[in-house]
Design a binder for this molecule. Structure first.
Ligand code: GLV
Ligand code: MN
Ligand code: MN
Ligand code: MN
Length: 399
């Protein structure tokens, strides 16, 4: 077997170990932070580290680290991603970066490479924010981008707090840990159709955020309430969804309302309240601010006409990220002049980039779909990603 086909084979075997964990009948994944499925993946991480003689530590914020210590020099390169998924998400978003990191370590060892500086594999907690609402919660806590008391006050859909599921209050910023690394490299499946070669390098992440909007009206009987007497929050909600779509199109930006809660959620009752979540993203921060302001203004005017009240609350925002251009260029050249491209998806790499030289490797996604069961990457492209990550880790840890 050539080494390439051996790597494809190894990847397939390891990927199969994880493929049943948290998979729903539709093929999508339910791997919320600290759910039994995500804990099973953390257990896999610990076993993978133990099998490689890499000691595992945690940062008191739910993030795990496994270290190959090298020849005793300090610093070193951090690599990894997250295990958690959106509801019914794809297999690759997150876990591919962690699995690839361990397999890249194996490749380097097979070649007899000994790093001069440590190579550390990370699994970050709650990247998707699917459980507690704040994206990249683990990396934000680690870097101090969110106050631990705010994180501790977040609750999931069952009313459980981070402390309840994690077993302790989060430790918060660990500059001692962050400063211990020279660079962070995250490998990730590409989440659109932009990448047409097996592997690429990221240039930037669009600024983005999540805004919850609460619309309050008056619950009443669907059969007896005159149309003219209603204060129906569903109308304000529906208008807000359409306004978000229109305002985003006007600005070449993205707006999505993918989550909604209706109270009381009965076919024959005018709702008393509707709560929605706006996810908005744009090429630059000024456009994003303008977009969200325009949606909020139009929705508020509409609420006035509907006799309802609407309130917008920012749940998590991420400024524009421009990855270290020198590092991106160096890695793209090292990998044979692969494409360098921006993305609209958020990543822990975006949070870490404020503290460390950071780069991302993308693996081609033939469906161009992500955050859905049909997200895809071929075994060959995943092997190419592992090979590329190994070359990058070697380059960054050799001296
Ligand atoms: C995370 O994947 C995000 O971009 O929402
Ligand atoms: Mn994602
Ligand atoms: Mn991801
Ligand atoms: Mn993400």
């Amino acid at each position: 077997m050539s080494r390439d086909s051996a790597l494809v084979h190894t990847f397939r075997e390891v990927w199969a170990e994880l493929s049943g964990i948290g998979r729903a009948p539709d093929g999508g994944y339910l791997r919320f932070a600290w759910s039994p499925a995500e804990i099973a993946l953390r257990d896999w991480f610990k076993a993978a580290a133990a099998a490689r003689g890499m000691p595992v530590t945690h940062d008191g914020n739910g993030n795990l680290f496994a270290t190959w210590s090298g020849n005793g020099r300090s610093g070193g390169v951090l690599t990894g991603s997250h295990f958690d998924s959106v509801p019914h998400g794809g297999a690759f978003d997150g876990p591919l970066g962690i699995v690839s990191a361990f397999l890249a370590v194996d490749l380097l060892r097979e070649r007899g490479f000994r790093p001069a500086r440590p190579i550390t594999v990370a699994a970050f907690a709650e990247e998707e924010g699917s459980r507690f609402g704040v994206a990249c919660l683990g990396s934000r806590l680690l870097t101090g981008a969110i106050d631990p008391s705010r994180a501790a006050s977040l609750t999931d859909r069952d009313g459980l707090s981070l402390g309840d599921v994690f077993g302790a209050a989060p430790a918060g910023a660990r500059p001692d840990l962050v400063a211990g690394f020279d660079a962070y490299i995250e490998l990730h499946v590409e989440q659109g159709r932009a990448l047409t070669t097996p592997v690429g390098v990221a240039s930037a992440i669009w600024p983005h955020g999540r805004w919850r909007f609460d619309v309050e009206g008056e619950g009443n009987h669907a059969g007896t309430t005159l149309m003219s007497d209603r204060r129906d929050p569903m109308l304000t909600y529906a208008f807000t969804v359409l306004a978000a779509n229109k305002e985003a199109r006007l600005r070449d930006a993205h707006a999505t309302v993918g989550r909604v809660e209706v109270t009381p959620n009965a076919t024959n009752a005018i709702p008393a309240a509707v709560r929605g979540w706006l996810d908005a993203r744009a090429a630059d921060g000024a456009t994003l601010d303008e977009l969200v302001e325009a949606v909020a203004k139009k929705a508020t005017e509409r609420a006035g006409r509907d006799g309802t009240a609407i309130r917008f609350t920012a749940e998590s925002t991420t400024p524009e990220v421009r990855f270290d251009e020198g590092l991106a260029g160096r890695l793209a050249a090292l990998l044979g002049d692969v494409p360098i491209l921006p993305t609209g998806a958020g990543h822990d790499a975006g949070v870490l980039s404020a503290h460390l030289p950071t780069a991302m490797l993308f693996v081609r996604n033939p469906t161009g779909v992500s955050h859905a069961p049909t997200e895809a990457a071929t075994d060959d492209d995943c092997a190419a990603g592992i090979e590329a990550l190994a070359r990058v880790l070697e380059e960054l840890s050799a001296r």
